[in-house]
Write a protein that binds this ligand. Sequence first.
Ligand SMILES: Cc1cc2nc3c(=O)[nH]c(=O)nc-3n(C[C@H](O)[C@H](O)[C@H](O)COP(=O)(O)OP(=O)(O)OC[C@H]3O[C@@H](n4cnc5c(N)ncnc54)[C@H](O)[C@@H]3O)c2cc1C
Length: 483
Amino acid sequence: MKRVVVIGSGPGGSSCAALLQSRGLEVTLLEQNEFLGGKCSTREENGFKVDTGIHMFATGVSGPHGQVARELGVPQPWLSRDPSESMWLNEKGIWYLYQKLHSPAAIREVVMANITGRQEFDALNTLKRSVSNFGLRGLMHELHGIRKALPWFIEKYDRVTTSEFLHLFTDDVIIHRAMNCLSMLLLVVPSTRSSAGEFISVFSEIFRYGTLGVPRGGAIGVPRSFMRAFRRDGGNLVMGVAATKILVDGGRVTGVLGSDGVEYPAEVVISNAGLKQTVDMAGPENFPGEYVDYVKGLELSYSWMASKLFIKGRGLDLKAPSFFPIPQVEPERIFEYCDEPGGLPADPFLFCPIPTDWDPTLAPPGHQLILVGVPTSNEVDQEERSQKMLDIAEEKFFGFFPDVRDKVVARSRITNKDTNRITRKGTGECIGLAQIPGQTGVDKPHPKMPVEGLWAVGCDAGARGVGTEQGTASGMLVASLVS
Ligand SMILES: Cc1cc2nc3c(=O)[nH]c(=O)nc-3n(C[C@H](O)[C@H](O)[C@H](O)COP(=O)(O)OP(=O)(O)OC[C@H]3O[C@@H](n4cnc5c(N)ncnc54)[C@H](O)[C@@H]3O)c2cc1C
């Protein structure tokens, strides 16, 4: 029987390990932390269950997490809300996003146009017409339908940035602002850098399924359900042990050396540690020189930090369990501060989910949890700047909702330093590889690495999608290729 070592229990590693074990392979999973899930995890704080990130799951039960849980035959309960988001566009007020763009509630708000053309020219014309007739909502409706109507459209625009793509048919400032913010929210890269194909792909998936949601009990619910199957099927889970070296002999892997000094023999090694770290662990001398250079040149995503506000009673009563105000800034300059040394946002884009409005069991009875998230670069060594950014973010949030300030009974913050504490990569990126032209979609690195028996899994290899879902989609792909 093939022996497999999986390094890391993020969504990619845990889904892949569980699928392979269920298909009859002999799998050992090494996780360096004492907790499961990597950046998709949950811990207890002040009696609340708090995710390590700012979690919301784009396609929930219908997406890769739900698909893997169903194949493994394990429960993975999901919670959904409709409308799911409230977006503050400008002084005209809040705009609600419904799970299905064509739900009766959404349709009541505006009549929409449909893509009928099969040619690119028609598609761009239709986009132009919809945007000029129905503004942002017209665009969102068309992007949602485009994947189904014109499947080739996504690959065609993989190598174009989202903002270049939008400029093909509109210069509308409100649309460019909103799309830049959605790009930062979904791909954690501004629209001036993100891949349009990837953006259209993830955006249309969300509204195709209409099941954006959260796992009951917090983000940990996803890797925990996979690991339940893994243990049931006899998998060997080793917690608190890091892989320090991937053993290679004669051009093929032979196993992994753990930080416990034990050698774990394997014919197949699957690494969820990131492509760059995997090349380092296996030894660059074991790869073709051009592959080492290619991996060195790959760029990582930006990041998010958050203030977590623990509230007594109810601080916020919104129709949707999240709030995001769009900055009143020139569209393509919204995230410029991220790349400036010491840069701070005058008017930051915020993402404020209210996890307890999805799942009240995350808080003690009569309490609410509100997150105030703000985007940043992926550097770790900028703690003072991070704290200042979060001060600015909180002030902006309290500007919208002044009554909440007095109801905060405790607060905590996560910054890139905390994300790095989980991954130990020396960087604080949210996702993994940045979903930018040249390294996503048609150009995404293949999970098979050029050493026999060595595979990458997770957000650095093989799949499309939003954050955790991209990780699990990669887990499904690698499991099918290996098994
Ligand atoms: C602040 C923040 C907010 C986010 N919000 C969302 C969101 O709302 N929705 C969403 O879908 N995604 C979100 N994400 C992104 C999401 O968490 C990641 O994209 C996803 O977890 C990446 O999955 P992965 O499988 O690639 O690996 P990771 O989650 O990075 O896991 C990698 C695992 O490998 C382990 N590992 C690494 N090296 C070793 C080693 N040498 N030995 C043993 N183990 C090792 C790590 O400990 C870790 O467990 C957020 C991330 C952050 C940081």
